[in-house]
Write a protein that binds this ligand. Structure first.
Ligand SMILES: *Cc1c(COP(=O)(O)O)cnc(C)c1O
Length: 458
C-alpha cells in the first residue's frame, strides 16, 4: 500500500484551548458589537482570523532566539538576517521593520507622492491604505478570472498584461513610481502568480523604466504553487524557484509574520543602493536604527531561521496540504468555496452561501458572525466592510466578491481541528434559509475601518 501523506513535524509543546456554549458566544459577540476583531481570544475556540504572526515557531527558531544579539548597532542578529535575505532572496540591501505595513510606510515615503498611480494585482488592504493615505491611487490589474470563484485557473493572482500596459502607456512615467506584485495575492484569495507572468511583468516594466516590487508575505507558498502547477518547475527546489522569482523584482516588502513563521517582524529589500539610502532616512525616523528597525535581535535571529524553514518543500507540503484538506471537505459538503484553494486560507463565497441577503446588510460579515455563533470559529470578512468607502465620494464600495476567509495558522492546528471547522460551517449551511437579516454600521474609522467598525443587527 502507498504510504499516506503525513505532517513533516511532531509536537513538542501544547497550548490548551477552551470550548464555549452557544449562549456565551451570543453574549460575547453582542458585546463585541458584532466585530470579530473585538472578541477576546479566550472567547474563540479555533482562531482563523489570520495566519499573520499566529504560527508556531520551531525548536530551531526558539534556539535562535536565545542567541539573539541585542546590541543597538551592528548586532550579529542583523547580519544573520542580512545573510538569509541574500542567500534566499538574492538582495544586497535591506532594512528591518517591525512588520509588513511598516515596510510599506517606509518604502512608500521614499517613493510615492500625491497623484501617483500604483498598478499591481489586487493590493492588500494595508498596501492600499498606505497608497491612498498619500493621495495616490492603487490600480488593480488582476486578470478577470480572479473574480470568478468557480474558475480553476491555476494562477489567479496573475496580472493582466493588457491592463498593465494600458496604465503604463497612457500615463507619464513620473506618475508611476512602482508596480507592486503581491505573491501570493492575498486579496484575491491567496492565489499565486506564475513565473511566466512575473517574467512578463518585469520585462514590460523595464521597457517603461518602472521598478517592480513584490509584496512578499507568502513568497514561499507562491513558489510551491509554481513547482506543483507550472510546467518546467516540477524538478526544481523551492529555493531555486524563489531565487528565480526575485530576479524579476527590483525589491520587496515583507511581512515576516507569514512565510518567515515569526510572530512579529518585517523588512524591505532592494537592489538599488540609492533607493536604499533614501528609504533609510524614513526607517530611522519611523522604525529605528538601520540594524534593528523595530525588531529585537532575538526576533531577527528567529526570522533568519524561519526564512530558511519556510522555503523548504516538506514544510510547505504539510502547510498547503492542510489548507487543501479543509477545502476539499467543504467542497464535498457542497459549500461554495473559492477554487482552486489558495495557500494560506480557504475562502467561502458568501453571496452564494446567503444569496437572499442584500449587499447593504454586509453579507460576508453576517456569515462570519453566524459561524462564530455556531462553533466558536473566528473567520474574517473580506467584503464590503473591508473594501472601505471610496476616498472621493465616501460611498460604500461594493466589491465583486463577498468572501469570508478562514486563514490557517502555520503548524498550529491538526486535521481534527479542520474536521470540526468543516462541520461547524456545514451546520450553518443547513440553516442558511433562516439567516434573513444582516447588520448596519453604527460607527467606523475613515480608513481600514474593518478593524474597529461597530455594528448592530438590522
Ligand atoms: C500581511 C500582509 C501585509 C501587511 O503586513 P503586516 O505585517 O500585517 O503589517 C502586506 N501585504 C500582504 C500581502 C500581507 O499578507
Amino acid at each position: 500500500m502507498k504510504l499516506p501523506f503525513v505532517e513533516s513535524h511532531k509536537i513538542k509543546m501544547v497550548e490548551s484551548i477552551k470550548q464555549s456554549s452557544p449562549e456565551e458566544r451570543k453574549q460575547w459577540i453582542k458585546k463585541a458589537n458584532y466585530n470579530l476583531f473585538n472578541l477576546h481570544s479566550d472567547q474563540v475556540f479555533i482562531d482563523l482570523l489570520t495566519d499573520s504572526g499566529t504560527g508556531a515557531m520551531s525548536d530551531k527558531q526558539w534556539a535562535a532566539m536565545m542567541l539573539g544579539d541585542e546590541s543597538y548597532a551592528g548586532a550579529s542578529s542583523y547580519f544573520k538576517m542580512k545573510e538569509a535575505i541574500k542567500n534566499i532572496l538574492g538582495f544586497d540591501f535591506f532594512l528591518p521593520t517591525h512588520q509588513g505595513r511598516a515596510a510599506e510606510n517606509v518604502l512608500f515615503s521614499a517613493m510615492i507622492k500625491d497623484g501617483d498611480l500604483v498598478p499591481g494585482n489586487t493590493h492588500f488592504d494595508t498596501t492600499k491604505g498606505h497608497i491612498e493615505f498619500r493621495k495616490a491611487t492603487a490600480v488593480d490589474c488582476t486578470i478577470d478570472e480572479a473574480f470568478d470563484t468557480a474558475s480553476e485557473n491555476p494562477f489567479k493572482g496573475n496580472i493582466d498584461l493588457n491592463k498593465l500596459e494600458e496604465v503604463l502607456s497612457k500615463n507619464p512615467t513620473e506618475k508611476i513610481p512602482l508596480i507592486i506584485v503581491s505573491v501570493t495575492c492575498n486579496s484575491s484569495g491567496g492565489q499565486p502568480v506564475s513565473m511566466h507572468n512575473l517574467k512578463a511583468i518585469s520585462s514590460m516594466a523595464k521597457h517603461y523604466h518602472i521598478p517592480v516590487f513584490f509584496d512578499s508575505a507568502r513568497f514561499a507558498e507562491n513558489a510551491f504553487f509554481i513547482k506543483t502547477r507550472e510546467s518546467g518547475y516540477e524538478n526544481k527546489t523551492i529555493k531555486e524557484i524563489v531565487k528565480e522569482m526575485y530576479t524579476y523584482a527590483d525589491g520587496m516588502t515583507m511581512s515576516s509574520k507569514k512565510d518567515a513563521i515569526v510572530n512579529m517582524g518585517g523588512f524591505i529589500a532592494f537592489n538599488d543602493e540609492e533607493l536604499f539610502k533614501k528609504a533609510s532616512v524614513y526607517n530611522i525616523m519611523f522604525e529605528g536604527f538601520l540594524t534593528y528597525g523595530g525588531m529585537s535581535g532575538r526576533d531577527m535571529n528567529a526570522l533568519a531561521q524561519g526564512l530558511d524553514e519556510g522555503s523548504e518543500f516538506d514544510y510547505l507540503q504539510t502547510r498547503i496540504g492542510q489548507v487543501a484538506y479543509l477545502g476539499n471537505k467543504l467542497k464535498d459538503m457542497g459549500i461554495p468555496v473559492l477554487l482552486p484553494f489558495g495557500g494560506h486560507a480557504i475562502f467561502v463565497d458568501a453571496k452564494k452561501f446567503l444569496p437572499h441577503l442584500p449587499k447593504e446588510e454586509f453579507i460576508a460579515q453576517t456569515l462570519a458572525v453566524e459561524i462564530y455563533l455556531e462553533g466558536g470559529v473566528r473567520a474574517v470578512e473580506i467584503g464590503t466592510i473591508m473594501a472601505d468607502r471610496d476616498p472621493l465620494t465616501r460611498k460604500n464600495r461594493y466589491p465583486d466578491l463577498e468572501l469570508i476567509r478562514m486563514a490557517i495558522p502555520r503548524r498550529v492546528y491538526t486535521n481534527s481541528h479542520m474536521d470540526y471547522i468543516a462541520t461547524c460551517i456545514f451546520n450553518v449551511f443547513e440553516r442558511r434559509d433562516q439567516i434573513i437579516k444582516g447588520y448596519k454600521i453604527i460607527s467606523e474609522a475613515p480608513i481600514l475601518r474593518h478593524f474597529t467598525v461597530t455594528l448592530a443587527k438590522v
